[in-house]
Write a protein that binds this ligand. Structure first.
Ligand code: AOF
Ligand code: ZN
Length: 394
């Protein structure tokens, strides 16, 4: 075998396009694409099923049937070697008589980590690894981030007016961008595992944070609200839809008032008593709000730092997180150094008086981010920034 060819790249590109289809649908599993090809003809093609199983390879092999004997399989991620809820895909490829497997990315999952390739080779299959690696890394970026760094890949989305504002005081949702930009955000939501806003935005805007594109409604991500003191109204759209679309409120562990709190540490006894009584009342109110939220199907998660939060999200299998506002949540993630990508939409109109200032705008994108792409969506300017790792600069 003479190694990867142009044709290999062409089929891998097609497999990667297939993989993109189920992004956001397969968590905690990655969305993998697989094509079975013989003599330049595609005999089978599949992507990891919603929910993560079956894996791509077994479906593609089933489609190809007996024809798979002697064929080449293009897989965007190393085929698995472990007995999970399904038998190893490496075994399935061997049993089907596949002659050659072309892989884009090795699987960092410790149950696989190169063993898939070893199994294939021991089964007499030619294996090429690293075809379209850069594109593969991109399609699998969220999964790879969780596996390698134990946290989700974080995208910060920001819609800013021409005068650098994200909204107007006391006014709820203000239209900043046009229809095309808003549709792009819907697609973004559909491809992501979880979406996060601060309680200020959640209370002011009363958003639903679901996907409203026809045919993609079932792709709504898990919704997360940073809500240290559990102030999100039980009557909000977010809470009312919690049974249909999961909702997690992130309470601050250190902010939980205890119903049995005492006014210790105060100088005078009566002062201590008053403070104790008020703390106890706040504690009881908090406990009541929490009980009401939980009764509505909301999950309360207590963590004190953004770093702890992202670790907790990764451990429950969330690989991609979209931070949608407001300014405070954006700053918290930036300050924690936990933003990998910034998608900045700039609208043509000004907000003017009572504007809520954006954490940054086009002219002041935080240091450490490089512009990868720009586009015009109607009258809006879209800019796509990525954390500058330095390695992609020629
Ligand atoms: C593949 N093909 O399409 C995908 C793979 O929980 P399980 O048993 O489904 O295993 C999950 C692991 O399988 C996941 O962490 C990753 O290593 C691999 N995903 N492998 O051969 C696929 N989605
Ligand atoms: Zn598998």
């Amino acid at each position: 075998m003479s190694g990867p060819t142009r044709e290999d790249e062409r089929f891998m590109a097609a497999a990667l396009r297939l993989a993109r289809r189920n992004l956001g649908l397969t968590s905690t599993n990655p969305s993998v694409g697989c094509l079975i090809v013989k003599g330049g003809t595609i005999l089978g093609g599949a992507v990891t099923a919603p929910g993560g199983r079956p894996h791509a390879e077994t479906q593609a092999l089933a489609e190809a049937g007996d024809q798979a004997r002697g064929a080449t399989a293009y897989v965007t991620l190393e085929p698995c070697s472990h007995h999970g809820r399904t038998p190893p895909c490496a075994d399935a490829l061997i049993a089907a008589g596949i002659a050659r497997v072309v892989i884009s990315i090795l699987d960092p999952d410790e149950r696989v980590a190169g063993r898939g390739v070893v199994m294939l080779r021991e089964g007499g299959i030619d294996v090429d690894v690293g075809v379209l690696r850069a594109e593969g890394e991109r399609v699998l970026e969220a999964y790879l981030m969780r596996q390698r760094n134990r946290r989700p890949h974080v995208t910060l989305k920001l819609a800013v007016s021409s005068d650098g504002m994200i909204g107007r005081e006391g006014e709820g949702q203000v239209r900043i961008t046009g229809a095309i930009s808003r549709a792009q955000v819907q697609v973004l939501r559909a491809e992501t595992d979880a979406i996060l806003v601060g309680v200020g935005t959640a209370s002011a805007d009363d958003p639903e944070l679901t996907v409203r594109l026809e045919g993609l409604e079932n792709r709504s991500p898990i919704r997360i609200v940073l809500d240290r003191r559990l102030e999100l109204p039980v009557g909000s759209k977010l809470v009312r839809s919690a049974r249909e679309f999961p909702l997690i409120l992130v309470a601050g562990a250190a902010d939980v008032p205890s119903p049995r709190a005492r006014g210790e540490g105060t100088r005078r006894a009566d002062e201590g008593r008053d403070r104790g009584a008020s703390l106890a009342r706040r504690g009881a109110e908090y406990a009541g709000r929490r009980a009401a939220l939980e009764a509505a199907g909301v999950e309360v998660l207590s963590t004190d730092t953004i770093a702890d939060l992202v670790t907790a999200l990764a451990s429950r299998g969330i690989s991609s997180l979209l931070v949608e506002g407001g300014a405070r949540a954006a700053r918290d993630f930036l300050d924690a150094g936990l933003v990998d990508r910034i998608m900045l939409f700039t609208g043509p109109a000004a907000i003017g008086e009572y504007g809520i200032e954006a954490p940054f705008e086009r002219k002041s994108v935080p240091a450490g981010f490089a512009l990868r792409r720009t586009a015009r969506y109607g009258d809006d300017i879209f800019e796509d920034y990525e954390r500058d790792t330095g390695c992609s600069q020629a």
